[in-house]
Design a protein around this ligand. Structure first.
Ligand code: TXA
Ligand code: MG
Length: 326
């Protein structure tokens, strides 16, 4: 439970240029006063994040979008009306006063109106925009609980507001409206199909490694244990093969059942994409902490509602095999 006193204290810390970790409906954020370059720089130090990675500005409602961008196009108004507050980040041409450290020196800025009640209370008490990336060390899995934030960032944060487990569980959908055509930069709970319906226009999918969104590096969201995605039909065979080689195996399966008597760390994942996403990062942390030789993950189906989960799992796999990416 977050009391009004906690909110007042956290807002005071933001005003004084400090760092506040707070829950959003997607993942926990590591927040600082977005109008203060010095405050935002502390985020980068705490996360060990390269300086050219832009951060999202969180505001209390869509009317505050105008404080951060040059103009609010009709497309942004439509999306804001339909999907804010919620797990959607919109990229637009930035206003002149936005600190370079927020935008990574780019001429665009990312803005989001989160729906989590604690995030809303904090934004309203603070009044301004809160710059906040996910509250994890750079390249690691986003934190979806207050305990995970403390584990990741420890004393680097002045206060952690505990709003329980994040509802969505994976980061917001990012749509770029700064160009001539809307482009999806990061898939999330709000699907491309949904954006296209609201906009009544096609949304391009941009290559994930495009330099526009450096935080979407191929190897982001990585556990320390090598993580491998395996198709359902090969899953049991792969588990058996690794066990034969005396490997310690951790498994995250959806449809495949745990083999009888096998000495494996086994987690049965939810069948549907929404619940799967909700538990994904906490589950991968648990499997990572089991200290096995490998984490095998049953590949999710190719359907549209699994796009965001598949994206995060693919990055986790890439990053776990090439930790220098993180
Ligand atoms: O759900 C979320 O979006 C969470 C919560 C805390 O709001 N935040 C989050 O922030 O995931 P972060 O920093 O971990 O990821 C933000 C992504 C990064 O990939 C960053 O490169 C991209 O947004 N980004 C930010 N500003 C951008 C800009 N102006 N142009 C392109 N990409 C941008
Ligand atoms: Mg992040």
């Amino acid at each position: 439970m977050v009391s009004d006193r906690d909110i007042e204290r956290a807002a005071g810390i933001l005003k004084a240029g400090g760092l506040v970790a707070f829950p959003t409906e997607t993942v926990y954020g590591l927040g600082a006063d977005a109008s203060s370059a010095d405050a935002v720089r502390k985020i980068f130090a705490a996360k060990n994040r390269p300086a050219d990675h832009p951060v999202i500005v969180h505001v209390a409602d869509a009317s505050q979008l105008a404080d951060w961008v040059i103009t609010v196009p009709e497309s942004a108004k439509k999306l804001g009306r339909a999907l804010w507050p919620g797990p959607l980040t919109i990229i637009l041409q930035r206003a002149a006063g936005v600190p370079d450290v927020v935008t990574g020196g780019q001429d665009t800025v990312a803005v989001r109106v989160p729906s989590h009640p604690v995030a809303q209370r904090l934004l309203r008490a603070f009044g301004g925009g809160i710059a906040a990336p996910s509250a994890n060390r750079f390249g690691r899995i986003s934190a979806t609980t207050a305990a995970h934030v403390r584990k990741e960032l420890g004393d680097a944060v002045d206060i952690v507001l505990d709003g329980g487990a994040a509802d969505v569980g994976i980061e917001s959908t990012i749509v770029d409206l700064s160009g001539t055509q809307p482009a999806l930069l990061r898939p999330g709970a709000i699907t491309r199909e949904r954006l296209e319906t609201v906009l009544d226009a096609a949304v391009l999918t941009v290559s994930h490694n495009a330099p526009r969104a450096p935080g979407t590096l191929a190897g982001h969201y990585a556990p320390q244990t090598p993580l491998v995605l395996i198709e359902a039909e090969d899953f049991e065979r792969q588990v058996a093969r690794l066990l034969e080689q005396q490997k310690q195996v951790a498994a995250l399966a959806r449809r495949i059942h745990r083999p009888a008597d096998a000495d494996v760390v086994w987690i049965a994942a939810p069948r549907d994409a929404e619940h799967y996403a909700h538990e994904l990062y906490a589950t991968v942390r648990t499997l990572d902490e089991a200290g096995c030789d490998v984490i095998l993950v049953e590949a999710p189906p190719p359907a549209a509602e699994w796009t965001a989960v598949r994206d995060r799992l693919t990055r986790a796999a890439t990053g776990s095999l090439a930790p220098e990416n993180g």
